[in-house]
Design a protein around this ligand. Sequence first.
Ligand SMILES: Cc1ncc(COP(=O)(O)O)c(C=O)c1O
Length: 445
Amino acid sequence: MNEDGRVRRSYDLYRRALELIPGGTQLISRRPTRYANGVSPVFASRARGARFWDVDGNEYIDWVSGIGAIILGYCDPVVDEAVRRQMASGTMYPINHELEIELAEELVRTIPCAEMVRYAKCGGEACAMAVRIARGVTGRDLVLFCGYHGWHDWYLAANLAAEANLDPHLFPGIDPTGVPRALAGTALPFPSGDLAVLGQLLDDHKGQVAAVIMEPLRSELPPAGYLDGVCKLCRQHGVVLIFDEVSSGFRIRVGGVQEYLGVMPDMAVFAKAISNGYPMAAVVGRREVMEPVGRMFISSTYWSDTIGLRAALTTIRELKRREVPAYLHRLGSDIQRRLNEAAEATDLAVRCGGLSVHPSLQFQTPDAALKSKLSTLYIQEMAKRGCHGYTSFYLNAAQGDAEVEQTVSAAREVFALMQEGLARDTLDRLLECDLQQDAFRRLVR
Ligand SMILES: Cc1ncc(COP(=O)(O)O)c(C=O)c1O
C-alpha cells in the first residue's frame, strides 16, 4: 500500500480491521486489492443518491452501485419511508406477516417462471437453497454450473476434483479448505455459450444431474439461441434449470433476463437489487419444482424479517412505476457513446461496450500484463477524481447527467494521461499502487 493523505483514515482502519477481522472485509470484492490499493477508499461513512463519502471526507460517485445491491439510489425516499413505517410496527414477530404473501404475489406477477416463492437473505444462500431444492426434487446429486454462485460447500466443492475448476468462473487459486472431501465430483463447471460441451456433460452423467445453474448473462448477450438450447437439453435430461439472477436481475427488465430473452428456467434466484440495499433474496420457480420444498428442511428465523420483505415489495413497485430498466438503458447508452468520444479525442485504444445496462471498458491490446496495468491506472486516476469503480459500470436510477458529466470529463483527463504514459513508456511511474487483483471473473459475459 502506498496510501496518500487523502485516504489515510481508510487505510488506518483497514490495518485495524486486519488485526481483528480475518481477511479484513466480509466480502472479497470490498478488499482494496480489488481496486487501486492505497488510493481507492476502503471505508465509507455515508451515502445518498448516486454518491458516497469515505471516512476521510472524500466524495465519490459509486459506479459499482453498492456491489450491485443499489438500483434506485442510496437512501431512496420511497423505499426508506416504507421501511421506517414498517419498523414502527416491529420488524420480527413470533408468527408470520402478510407481507410474505404480498411479496410472493408481486414476484409471481413479475417474474415469468415464478409460480411459488421462498425467501432468503443473500444471493449465495439463495443459490444454495435452489441447489438443495433441485437435488431434493430430482433425487440426484450432481450439479453443473457456470459463473459465480456464492461461497457455500456445494459450489466450492468444484475445486476438490480439480483445483482449477473455479478459475475461469471466479478467480484462480481458490483452495476449498473446509469443504468435505466427500463432495468431490458433485459440482462440475461448464463453459458459457457452448451447447455441445453441456450436452456432452449431460450425456456423460446421464440420470445423475440434478441441476444446471447459471448466470443467464452479465455484461454481454448470450449467443442467439444458446439459452433456448440449454432449456431444451435440461428438459431432455430431466434436469432442473436454475437462472442465477442475483447480479443481472431487475436491471435489463423488472422480470429479469428471462423476461427480456423470453427463456423460461425452472427456478430463478434473485438478491442484491431486489430490495435496494436491504438484506433480501428470493428463490422462485415453477409450482412442480417448488411445492416439494414444503416437505424439505429449509428453514430460518430471519427469512421472515419484514424489513427485507417491505424493502423488496416497495423496490419492485418503484422499479415498475419509474420504468427503471428503460432509464438504465438510456443512461448506459449515453455513457458508452460519451466515453467512446473521449477515447477517440485522446487517441487511447479503449472502447466502452457491453450491454447498455452494464457498460464496460475494454483496453484494445492483446497483452494481458499491459491490460492489467491500464485497468489499474484507470481505477487509480478515476478514484482521485471522485469516481469509484472498476472498468465496468453498475448503474442505478439515481445516477444522472451530473454523474455522467463528471465521469466523462475525468475519463478525458485520465485517457490523455494514459495515452501519454503509453507513448513515453512511463506507465509504471504513473502507477501508485500494486496491480489490481483479478476481479471476479465470469465465463458468462
Ligand atoms: C451471480 C451471483 N450469484 C451469487 C452471488 C452471491 O451473492 P451474495 O454476495 O449476496 O451472497 C453473487 C454476488 O456477487 C452473484 O453475482
